[in-house]
Design a protein around this ligand. Structure first.
Ligand code: SAM
Length: 452
């Protein structure tokens, strides 16, 4: 049997799909990049904005004729469209979907196939292939030995409840995974050729605050855990993993970034100096309506502090334009803040009302679509200019690049600060290797160079 997984959305969904694919392969299924030839098709969905949700609906519709022609094809729906509470109305709306699974949990898919197809793990060949790694995340075959940078979720769900955000409703309350689980998964990824691991959480800096008792038990047993910020303990353990070259973590929240965490980034050689810390808006009234819990000045001070602790590091942010009630003056404050701070990346989104959220229930979506687009474009143009200038300073410098693979005849990799670099060299297989690259051309979105 063949499976096909379609993934939309954030890195967390990419990691969830990997776990699902690995579970399918343990059942003996094979991957296919073509949905039309698959026996099992799964959509791993995102609903953070209406546009992402619409993509999932349109793909779901396109599967209907396949199901009509081949009723035995299994169609699965997973992720934030389903949510942790499993929205029963989806079954009425999409009767051709056979099985629904919440985010980060492939069990319903696997159980469905086991029951319907009588698939069992004890098929000898499959059992042998996975014997050494049972209960670990094993990459799907097509990624083993090829995937250089992987993600490991460390905090599932979110309990912060920003007024615009649907994630707590769909991914549930914040739950940290155990240190053991994370380390088993990380070791298994490294054994399969992964060189860079990004630890994921909606507020990743909050890792472990819900696990204090477990952490203190571990402290006295296998691991020598000592930090006040439990994420630092995980970073230290990861830093000791032989074969792993780089570690990243995202997403941070301005209120949970500790000195201990920044010191760990500065001190641990494998942890990259790149912080993803969304500001969302630059005006205090908008930030208050978003319930972010900080002011624009707090964010300014945080950026200064990060730069003091991590000189030469990079900072990425997220911005929402057109939040309910955002006036021209308030938008301008966001624009001015970005112009002042000159951050390395700004992910810009137009506000989209999400069901159940406080903003959707109580704040009219009153910024017209054309105005949202104008604001988005203004910030995009500003950011393009800023990043173009930041990257131009790298011209002629030598940077360390971890090569992730090939793209259109060039090697493609990233600097420690998460900037894309391309270089040509047909004599060496650079995939998965660290190399120094002298930068010969720069632009806002990527750079070109030559192996030093
Ligand atoms: N947990 C992180 C935080 O907000 O601090 C980021 C999580 S969210 C998956 C990624 C981004 O999607 C957010 O930072 C925000 O900019 C954007 N986003 C979330 N809800 C949105 C909405 N209703 N409309 C537009 N963008 C939204």
């Amino acid at each position: 049997m063949k499976y096909h997984v379609w993934t939309e959305g954030c890195q967390m969904n990419v990691a969830d799909s990997q776990r699902l694919e690995s579970a399918f392969e343990k059942l003996g299924l094979e991957n296919t990049p073509r949905a039309a030839e698959a026996d099992v098709i799964v959509l791993n969905t995102c609903v953070v904005r209406q546009s992402a949700e619409d993509k999932a609906y349109s793909y779901l519709q396109s599967l209907r004729p396949i199901k009509d022609r081949h009723p035995e094809t299994v169609i699965g729906l997973m992720g934030c469209l389903v949510g942790v509470k499993n929205n029963g109305r989806l079954k009425e709306r999409f009767p051709w979907v056979d099985v629904f699974a919440p985010p980060s949990d492939p069990t319903p898919m696997v159980e469905f196939l086991r029951q319907r197809e009588g698939l069992a793990l004890d098929q000898s060949e499959v059992a042998e292939r996975f014997a050494a790694q049972d209960n670990e995340i094993v990459l799907p075959l097509h990624q083993r030995g090829r995937l250089v940078a992987a993600h490991v979720p460390v905090v599932l769900g979110c309990s912060h409840a920003c007024t615009f955000c649907i994630i707590p409703f769909r991914r549930g309350v914040e739950r940290s995974r155990s240190v053991d689980e994370i380390m088993v998964e990380a070791r298994s990824l490294v054994a399969q050729g992964v060189k860079e691991i990004t630890l994921l959480g909606q507020i990743v800096d909050r890792y472990g605050y819900d696990l204090q008792s477990q952490i203190s038990n571990l402290r006295s047993t296998i691991y020598n855990l000592q930090s006040q910020t439990p994420l630092v303990d995980v970073l230290r353990l990861m830093n000791d993993l032989e074969g792993l070259e780089r570690i990243r973590f995202l997403t941070s929240h301005p209120n949970w970034m500790t000195d201990g965490l920044l010191d760990a980034v500065a001190e641990l050689p494998k942890v990259c100096e790149h912080i993803e810390v969304p500001v969302q808006a630059g005006h205090d009234e908008v930030l208050a309506r978003m319930k972010r819990g900080y002011t624009a000045d707090d964010y300014r001070r945080l950026v200064e502090h990060i730069r003091r602790k991590l000189p030469g590091g990079s900072i990425a942010t997220d911005i929402i334009v057109g939040f309910p009630g955002e006036t021209e003056v308030q938008f301008q404050a966001t624009y001015d803040l970005l112009a002042e701070l000159e951050l390395d990346v700004a992910h810009i989104a137009k506000y989209s009302p999400r069901p159940q959220t406080v903003a959707q229930r109580t704040m009219p979506d009153d910024v017209p679509p054309e105005e949202k687009e104008r604001r988005r474009k203004a910030i995009e143009d500003l950011q393009e200019h800023i990043v173009g200038e930041i990257n131009a300073r790298l011209m002629g410098q030598t940077v360390e690049v971890l090569v992730e693979g090939e793209h259109k005849g060039k090697w493609r990799g990233r600097t420690r600060t998460n900037k894309l670099v391309f270089f040509e060299d047909s004599r060496t297989d650079w995939r998965g290797k660290l190399t120094n690259v002298a930068i010969t051309r720069t632009g806002p979105w990527s750079m070109q160079g030559a192996v030093d």
